[in-house]
Design a protein around this ligand. Structure first.
Ligand SMILES: [Cu+2]
Length: 445
């Protein structure tokens, strides 16, 4: 046992009397959220100072102090989540939303988390990455019995290290995670001068299989998901990451899907500064422009926002920047569909031939789609359709953003002379490269 764990044990003794008191003052009120707006949390007015995270299209769970213990109340329950404008999903989540609220606390805190189960089956909460007593680890049947429907369990432990963690059920896990039960757990360093940042964003990668026009995910799907989400939200309705030029920025990305996601951000290079195992020492970091987020893992990266502009940030698996789509569509590029179109229209007059020139045309088209789904590739930018969906957003770096202001500044205006443009003059004649060296290489190959 190291010194820290000893301290933790001491705090545990203290908390036993606090636990008795907790019963006296009853359950803390369970905060509920009914919207998918990004909620900005104010800096703490008491205790150690920290810069609260911004959970895109999410919120932070309020707490109350009960003696020396920080108390939270999570409610596991069916929720209606607006995944995008015009699409609501019937998910399972916490406190009114999926993903669940972000829990924020400080290294050294003792936390007591009441979990009320309003699901039709038992559940549990596993605190992914947090060092805690075995009986608090939330694996139903192993750490403790599952929380039966209608019951409330209490988890209580010391936060002995800072970092970025996650929470999710470890009970009927496949179903409960496919239904959207997950959230982030941020432990801020006790020392506010340790790796401070000006903006600190949280993204939980999650995936659903929801048939267009329906509301409830199919829970048996293993690989062929059709909705790739950030915090159970889809582009074009994922909020932008608004940044003031010159800010130090951290983006924490957790992955509780069934596949890896190479998260790529334009305009910058950056470094991984934290995993769910802990902070990465400066001398162990290397520069990247894409970070692969493994399954069941978290990576936080940081950069200094020196370049103004609108910079795309997205998963680099191109199917993950699409919304609901079928994957068994043949490739029509290069085919002439005129004859077959006539034949199909005899039976289906509104049939639209598509795909002879690629699928980019779909971004600009408004096709009739079933109720309660989102177009496959969508979103309008200042220069036309963005032709994206799913795991995509924009980092908006601006000079004139106030500290703590996260409101959308609109589109970036590229300064004159810094935007790609059409060439209307003569094209220079290019000769093919017939240098002996090239020919030699070719022959060898
Ligand atoms: Cu992806």
């Amino acid at each position: 046992m190291n010194r820290r764990q000893l301290l933790g044990a001491g705090a545990g003794l203290l908390a036993t009397s606090a636990a008795a008191k907790a019963q006296n003052i009853g359950l803390p009120e369970a905060a509920m959220m009914d919207s998918a707006e990004t909620k900005i949390t104010a800096r703490p007015s008491t205790g150690p100072d920290y810069n609260p995270v911004v959970t895109l299209n999410g919120w932070t769970l309020p707490f109350r102090m009960n003696g020396n213990v920080k108390e939270f109340h999570l409610v596991a329950e069916p929720v209606e989540r607006e995944m995008a404008d015009g699409m609501t999903a019937y998910l399972w989540g916490y406190n009114g939303q999926s993903t669940g609220p972000t829990i924020e606390a400080v290294e050294g805190d003792r936390v007591r988390i009441y979990v009320t189960n309003k699901l039709p089956e038992h559940t549990s909460v596993h605190w992914h990455g947090i060092i805690l007593p075995s009986g608090m680890d939330g694996v139903s049947g192993l750490s403790h019995p599952g929380i039966p429907p209608g019951k409330t369990f209490v988890y209580e432990f010391d936060l002995i290290k800072s970092g970025t963690f996650m929470y999710h059920p470890h009970a009927d896990e496949m179903v409960q995670m496919a239904m959207g039960m997950m959230g982030m757990f941020i432990v801020h360093p006790k020392d506010p001068t340790f790796m401070p940042v000006d903006r600190d964003f949280c993204i939980m990668l999650n995936a659903f299989d929801i048939v267009p026009g329906s509301y409830t995910p199919r829970v048996m799907t293993m690989t062929d998901f059709n909705l790739w989400a950030w915090n159970s939200r889809l582009f074009p309705d994922i909020d932008p990451l608004v940044v003031r030029q010159g800010d130090r920025v951290r983006v924490r990305v957790g992955n509780l899907t069934m596949t890896n996601h190479p998260i790529h951000m334009h305009g910058y290079d950056f470094e991984v500064t934290c995993t769910d195992g802990g902070w990465v020492p400066e001398e162990a970091r290397w520069p990247e422009v894409s970070i692969d987020i493994p399954v069941g893992a978290m990576r936080a990266y940081e950069f200094d926002a020196i370049y103004p502009g609108d910079w795309a940030v997205h998963c680099h698996k191109s199917h993950h920047t699409m919304n609901a789509m079928g994957h068994d569509v043949p490739n029509f590029i290069g085919t002439d569909k005129r004859q077959v179109t006539g034949m199909i229209r005899e039976h289906q007059p509104e049939y639209m031939p598509m795909g002879s020139n690629g699928m980019g045309e779909m971004g600009a088209m408004s096709m009739e789609i079933p109720d309660n789904t989102v177009p496959m590739m969508t979103g309008w930018g200042p220069h036309g359709p963005i032709e994206m969906g799913g795991m995509f957003s924009v980092v908006k770096v601006r000079e004139d953003v106030e500290p703590d202001d996260y409101s959308d500044p609109g589109w970036y205006e590229n300064p004159p002379g810094t935007e790609a443009y059409e060439w209307t003059g003569e094209l220079p004649e290019f000769t093919s490269n017939t240098s002996p060296k090239t020919i030699l290489t070719k022959r060898k190959g």
